[in-house]
Design a protein around this ligand. Sequence first.
Ligand SMILES: Cc1cc2nc3c(=O)[nH]c(=O)nc-3n(C[C@H](O)[C@H](O)[C@H](O)COP(=O)(O)OP(=O)(O)OC[C@H]3O[C@@H](n4cnc5c(N)ncnc54)[C@H](O)[C@@H]3O)c2cc1C
Length: 501
Amino acid sequence: MAAGQVTDKTAAVIGSGFGGLAAAIRLQSAGVQTVLYEARDKPGGRAYVYHDDGYTFDAGPTVVTAPHTLEELFELSDRKLEDYIELMEVAPMYRLIWSDGDRFDYTRDADKMIEQIRQRSEKDAEGYQKFFKYSEKVFDKGYTDLVDRPFLRFSDMLKVTPDLMKLRAERSVYKTVSKYVKDEHLRQAMSFHSLLVGGNPFQTSSIYTLIHYLERQWGVYFPRGGTHALVRALVKLFEELGGEIRLNSPVKQARLIHDNKQHEIIDGNGQQQIFDIVVSNADIHHTYDRIYGEHKVAKKRAKKLEKMDWSMSLFVLHFGTDIEYKDVAHHTILFGPRYKGLLDEIFKGTKLPEDFSLYLHVPTVTDPKLAPEGCSAGYVLAPVPHLGRADVDWETIAEDYADKIIKALEVELPDLSKHIVTRRHFTPKMFESELVAYKGSAFSVAPKLTQSAYFRPHNKDKKIPGLYFVGAGTHPGAGLPGVINSAKATVRLAMSDLTQQ
Ligand SMILES: Cc1cc2nc3c(=O)[nH]c(=O)nc-3n(C[C@H](O)[C@H](O)[C@H](O)COP(=O)(O)OP(=O)(O)OC[C@H]3O[C@@H](n4cnc5c(N)ncnc54)[C@H](O)[C@@H]3O)c2cc1C
């Protein structure tokens, strides 16, 4: 048995999102007998999958970054990721298109990036290079030093505060970018990334500019077979290690027993089982309010969470076409005519904005097998206010809203409305009902400085012994690198506690 391993302990992981899967693999690799409970019929959480009429539609994450975080999960048991899944690099990383027809290919190739910027402004080309250096520094502090480290004590926060202040972490992403480049489209091109983890570029800490460096450094990937093929690879690994996954098994209740030393889990099928520790990957509010709701302290935490700022929601439309769209990038951002105004309405407003900015995903340009031969599969998402902000009757308006989006996509996918043969959508209401996401938020607690690191819900509860968290609602936050790193931070804590018992 390797140092730090235990073999007589048991763990329940609630939820099989990327964070839950990563935690379950880490625990099982360390010898802890782990059961992974999943409420739905398939694993993956937000990375669920639909198979409609020969088309494969990934439900959530499509931009896979920081591949080493995934490789590590396999290396824990001397395996190799490439024996389970192929990650294909995507280039350009994103194509950006504005409503006035302006275009920009956001690439990993520094020369190509700088050349495109230089064509707009010599000064911005210089500014961009300075911005890149800044984002590298932020990456060194904000990612390398902090991302897989839990922040349980205020003193942990104090230790990193001088560095964060030096980097002006209190400034927003957009404000920071604006210091370096003047062209408004370039400012948008360098600042939209925080939206990918649920953060408004005008409110999210400049720490999130590290995404720029991270993508340039390590690239953007797409798994052959789609993101869910990666989920299946992780499940396979977990099962090979001896772990057990229980689908269609929503955890209804968990309670402390045996002098608070163990947790009894009761699932929706009426099964009960006792575990030494629980790692919850379910929505953090749901975990405190419902699963641990019989504990006074949990109810108190749920109330506190209700006062926090929650990320926006999304309207997601999946579509399959009877022709193949080849002349399109894998990832495209279609900026609407408004940037700040639209984001203000999404993050601070009380109704659904009339206009939208869109993220378009056409995976068949990388992996044609995701659709029948000669056809394309795609999805498009529009950031929208969460349910706590805007009281939208999604069931009534969804089809019309989808039609409006399809029309807008025709600038990039000509005659799309005539070629769609199958489609489905996912609304904020469905985030709430199917993923038990508080307020239908797509990315959990918003990634603001005042809700990050020590100020974010902790990876381990202080008062409920043996309860840990993993995933978007805890440190460091949403996005695949975030939730996979959260598993590293959380399992390190759990193993340290278990080996001391
Ligand atoms: C549409 C969309 C696109 C995105 N695109 C990207 C992207 O391209 N790149 C990127 O890095 N990130 C992206 N993100 C963000 C990223 O997908 C998420 O932050 C991440 O996948 C969340 O993982 P998680 O570990 O928090 O778990 P989740 O995916 O939230 O999964 C939680 C799981 O818990 C289960 N559960 C809940 N309650 C219970 C219960 N009581 N019992 C048992 N199970 C329960 C749920 O069914 C679910 O399976 C996207 C998100 C969305 C919604």
